[in-house]
Design a protein around this ligand. Sequence first.
Ligand code: ADP
Length: 170
Amino acid sequence: MDEHVHERDHRIAVYPGSFDPITNGHLDIIRRALAVFDRLIVVVARNPNKKPLFPTEERLDMIRRAVENNPRVTVDHFSGLLVDYCREVNARVILRGLRALSDFEYEFQLALINRKLDRSVDTIFMMTGFQWFYVNSSIVKEAASLGGSIQGMVPDFVAEKLSKKFDTAR
Ligand code: ADP
């Protein structure tokens, strides 16, 4: 086995995403991950292809509030290469959630690119709970913007924030 594989702390996982905003699907993955890893670093990544609804600071605050300051969860943000971030925090696992088959192709590409960039990092996928199968931030935003109820898909305080945001926009 490669020596460098052992240098990293295998008990830490980095969970990257836009989290715009955090949903109960994300929280399900976080909960599952905490049953496997000792520490989880949830990182808000800047995705140049997406225009976020919530500024980074607000997204970080929402995650912090949703994980209720669990001492095993760190919330952070970054805007460089994910593998560089992993090196910085000494993690060797990138955690991603899988929902429908449609996630697979993109996630597969991402995992392979990250492996090519740094062979000491592995991507681990966790399968979402059945009830979160159809939940993602985009769908939630779309429903909220049209005045639909998103109760149960996101934490209550996130639902409130969303409806306020779209109420003032209307
Ligand atoms: P990104 O812009 O990187 O896709 P997201 O915030 O949309 O960021 O998602 C972050 C991660 O969480 C991704 O791995 C995504 O597949 C996963 N995820 C999002 N929604 C769910 C869900 N309902 N169940 C499980 N995983 C999810």
